[in-house]
Design a binder for this molecule. Structure first.
Ligand code: F3S
Length: 404
């Protein structure tokens, strides 16, 4: 059946609202036709990825500026994924003037497009919390996983242009995870080993993502173990290792209770040992240049946990906690930023180490409790990585070496 457009959508496609809106609707319609959608659905919010100038380059910047020049504007609440630097403290952190100038030009283009220039992969921690069943168009893989799985909203993993097109039209095509039939589990995961720390959840996610590959895992055996931070670590790791955009946890996530979510006699994947994930995500590097926390961007509780573990000790390696600017402001009000800085660390807003020019900043080795970070940093940022618990990473920052 053909993709059916409402009169208002046809008007956008015809250019009645200007060339920028027409271009956006052309993208939405093209995707709808490619994926066999029959209709478009309104979206409640959008989260745009492709924000770091390091990834966009001049071609990406010019694309955004041209769209902004065509008077296209977001018509639903829209935020950004992390950029390649802290938009305020970039100079103190050592970013170059030339990189900063280009990164700020990207942010300015988004601002002209009507986008709220909050740069975070956890928009749900700064007020963008979709309802169960709400259609949204989010782009960042860990945020997509959280929105679908933990919040029960509905989104495909959008690319940068398609997310921006959804923001400008307020629509996305109804295919993929917007439809009930694609939200059913494809793999039952039986967890039969202890999963306690955040890095354990990341390790579990790494293994399951590699097995599920674009599928929808259904976890049993985690009912009593899942904090919100644990679910974020689990989902982010699966998104990185296997492009998993939706998962269910029996007795925990809203989708797990939906009728028929688990088909009869599904394939079952048993996880009884997390060590293969720790082995795969670790190099043997000993000296640590930077301990990085906040991937996905840290909550206030996660910042407080690092402060507790530091206990006022000075760090020898650099220590960064990345977070949303709004969360950083809360942390500042509660004295957490000052505590981190007293130890010699930084609470860094707006950015992500995976999309930042880390080598230009002088970093070669990094410790992190994030499986997603450990998956991407070697290939995307050229760093050697140590992966372990939050406690191990804090100790690595304090001593400057990885202690097994
Ligand atoms: Fe967020 Fe970057 Fe990690 S976008 S999930 S901090 S890799």
């Amino acid at each position: 059946m053909e993709l059916a457009l409402l009169p208002a959508e046809q008007a956008m496609l015809a250019g009645d609202l200007g060339p920028g809106v027409r271009k956006a609707m052309e993208i939405i319609v093209a995707l709808g036709r490619i994926y066999g959608a029959r209709r478009l659905v309104p979206v409640g919010s959008v989260q745009v990825a492709g924000v770091s100038y390091r990834n966009l380059g001049d071609a990406g910047l010019e694309f955004l500026q041209e769209w902004a020049d065509q008077s296209a504007r977001a018509r639903v609440p829209t935020t950004l994924n992390p950029a390649g630097m802290d938009l305020c403290a970039w100079r103190e952190l050592g970013f170059s003037e030339s990189f900063a100038r280009c990164q700020l030009a990207v942010i300015d283009a988004f601002r002209r497009l009507g986008v709220r220039t909050t740069c975070t992969c956890t928009p749900y921690l700064v007020g963008n919390v979709p309802c169960v069943g709400e259609h949204v168009a989010w782009a960042e893989s860990s945020a997509v996983s959280y929105a679908n799985s933990v919040l029960g909203a509905r989104t495909n993993r959008e690319g940068g242009p398609s997310a921006l097109a959804a923001a400008i039209t307020g629509r996305t095509a109804a295919y993929g995870l917007h439809l009930d039939e694609n939200r059913r589990a494809t793999l039952r995961v039986s967890v039969r080993c202890p999963v306690g720390t955040l890095s354990d959840f990341g390790a579990l996610g790494y293994l399951v993502g590699r097995k599920a590959r674009n599928g929808v895992p259904y976890f049993v055996g985690l009912e009593d173990a899942c904090s919100d931070a644990a679910l974020r670590a689990l989902g982010a790791a699966m998104a990185a290792s296997g492009a998993v955009a939706l998962y269910h946890v029996a007795g925990v996530t809203p989708g797990a209770d939906e009728p028929d979510v688990l088909p009869p006699d599904p394939e079952t994947f048993v996880v009884d040992d997390l060590q293969p994930a720790y082995a795969a995500l670790n190099s043997d590097v000993r000296k640590i240049d930077l301990a990085w926390f906040g991937c996905p961007h840290a909550s206030l509780e996660e910042i407080a946990a690092v402060v507790r573990l530091l206990g006022g000790r000075r760090v020898r390696a650099a220590l960064w906690i990345t977070t949303a600017r709004e969360v950083r402001a809360q942390a500042e009000a509660e004295g957490l930023v000052a505590a981190v800085e007293t130890s010699g660390g930084r609470v860094v807003a707006d950015m992500c180490a995976v999309v930042a020019p880390m080598q230009e900043l002088g970093f070669r080795t990094l410790a992190t409790p994030s499986a997603k970070g450990a998956t991407y940093l070697p290939s995307h940022a050229g760093l050697q990585v140590r992966y372990g618990t939050v406690e191990q990473c804090v100790e690595a920052a304090v001593s400057g070496v990885w202690l097994d």
